[in-house]
Write a protein that binds this ligand. Structure first.
Ligand code: GDP
Ligand code: MG
Length: 183
């Protein structure tokens, strides 16, 4: 028993899915989070991929298994296997392309048909470095997040703004829910 609280014993593996329209920066958010890399000529590979990142929370080791649609979303063919077992989701749009923001509700609907409503959800307005060509205001993002009961953050995979923070907030929320046996 005593060993338990010292980091031994319990194992946490959280599956987190990243969804949103093509080219909003999902793959780059993931590579920034997992490897601190930005890919300037990212190729939209077809097929599902995930990366596992270990995060420490309250002295516990948590494995965040983050899934990337890797191109499936272009054909609106994200499979149910992609969503299966997810406990967290990042719904990403591009602040410089309004159309990707308008798709958020559809992505949420899809998420809700495949996952339990208790999934920890974060609305992510990516490419906040593109302030000069912004099409979606911070307030619009906030308002949608409030309406849909999501966390909200703006990020830049390019200059690293808030990327770690976005994942950490979701992971913290999942951890809290798991601790309270909501998830
Ligand atoms: P995905 O299709 O959602 O996986 O998007 P990608 O990660 O492949 O990125 C699509 C394009 O947007 C690429 O040309 C990236 O270089 C670019 N991109 C991704 N994130 C950012 C960002 O934060 N800022 C800017 N300016 N460009 C980005
Ligand atoms: Mg991609």
């Amino acid at each position: 028993m005593e060993e338990e609280g010292r980091g031994g014993g319990e194992e946490y593996l959280f599956k987190i899915v990243v969804i949103g329209d093509s080219a909003v920066g999902k793959s780059n958010l993931l590579s920034r989070f997992a490897r601190d890399e930005f890919d300037h000529n990212s190729k939209a590979t077809i097929g599902v991929e995930f990366q596992t990142q270990v995060v420490e929370l309250d002295g516990k080791e948590i494995k965040a298994q983050v899934w990337d649609t890797a191109g499936q979303e272009r054909f609106r063919a994200v499979t149910s296997a992609y969503y299966r077992g997810a406990v967290g989701a990042l719904i990403v749009y591009d602040i410089s392309r309004k159309i990707t923001f308008e798709s958020v509700k559809r992505w949420l609907e899809e998420l809700n048909t495949h996952c339990d409503t208790t999934v920890a959800k974060m609305l992510v307005g990516n490419k906040c470095d593109l302030e000069n060509i912004r099409e979606v205001s911070v307030d619009e993002g906030k308002a949608l997040a409030e309406e849909e009961g999501l966390f909200f953050i703006e990020t830049s995979a390019l200059d690293s703004t808030n990327v770690k923070k976005a994942f950490e907030i979701v992971i913290r929320e999942i951890y809290d829910k798991v601790s309270r046996r909501i998830l």
